[in-house]
Design a protein. Structure first.
Length: 254
């Protein structure tokens, strides 16, 4: 079997194995990856002596910062590749590298436009200001700002379901003239068949009164589906969170 054919079959089976065990968020990381055998690694007498996984920059950073993700991805790859590459895959190396972008014509002009445009956006504005006071920056994923990896996992799941959503949108209802009372930012505003709902990720379980006041602010304008989920659950079980939320939201359809 040619290397390219074997790689394609391994890639397809790797993704399916993750999905079968409900690791959809990890499958989403590698589904668009490019695989290549590292034929220059000759620690063992084998032609195919390592695997290089090329990922988009944002996903490469997510993987490189998480031992759990690397271990899980490796476990599933080794389990399906054993016998197809080596019989003993215990020391088979997997490297994650950035997939370099294609260079389009006048790319500098395009980037300058995107930089200028990004300064005009309200997306993640409140989060960005809060982070600035702490000397840190929001996380960028797929040209969107996020405050945590838990939010990114929910965004990835919503992307997979092709649901319209707005991450960290700035909501304004001018009532008092005070910005901090008239401006609110939610984690996700989600639209399902014309009905809007809010999915919030909770990091502070003791903020009941503040959360209820914020929820009431949105319900006053007719957004009745407002659900909160623990950050840990959003990170570990994003599929379950999104499916439950969409199930709740569907009950509010007009």
């Amino acid at each position: 079997m040619q290397d390219s054919e074997l790689l394609e079959k391994l890639h397809r089976t790797w993704v399916q194995a993750l999905i079968n065990d409900y690791w959809n968020d990890y499958a989403a990381i590698i589904v668009d990856a490019e695989l290549e055998f590292d034929v220059e690694w000759y620690k063992y007498d084998s032609y195919n002596s390592g695997l290089i996984v090329y990922l988009p920059l944002n996903l490469r950073l997510i993987v490189s910062n998480s031992d759990e993700i690397q271990q899980t991805l490796r476990h599933y790859f080794v389990s399906i590749a054993t016998g197809h590459i080596w019989n003993d895959m215990a020391k088979f190396p997997i490297y994650y590298k950035v997939k370099l972008l294609e260079v389009e014509e006048n790319w500098q002009k395009t980037i300058k436009f995107l930089i200028a445009k990004s300064k005009e956006l309200n997306q993640g504005l409140v989060t960005e200001k809060a982070f600035a006071r702490k000397g840190i920056e929001p996380i960028i994923y797929n040209e969107m700002k996020f405050a945590s990896q838990s939010e990114i996992r929910i965004a990835q799941e919503l992307e997979m379901k092709s649901v319209l959503f707005f991450p960290l949108p700035l909501a304004v209802r001018h009532e008092t003239g005070n910005i901090y009372e008239d401006h609110r930012e939610v984690d996700f505003l989600v639209c399902l068949d014309g009905t809007f709902g809010i999915l919030e990720i909770s990091f502070h379980p003791d903020r009941y009164e503040k959360d209820k006041e914020k929820d009431a602010w949105f319900k006053k304008s007719g957004i009745l589906c407002v659900e909160h989920y623990p950050a840990e659950k959003c990170y570990n079980q994003p599929r379950a969170v999104v499916e439950e939320f969409l199930s709740f939201l569907s009950k509010y359809k007009r």
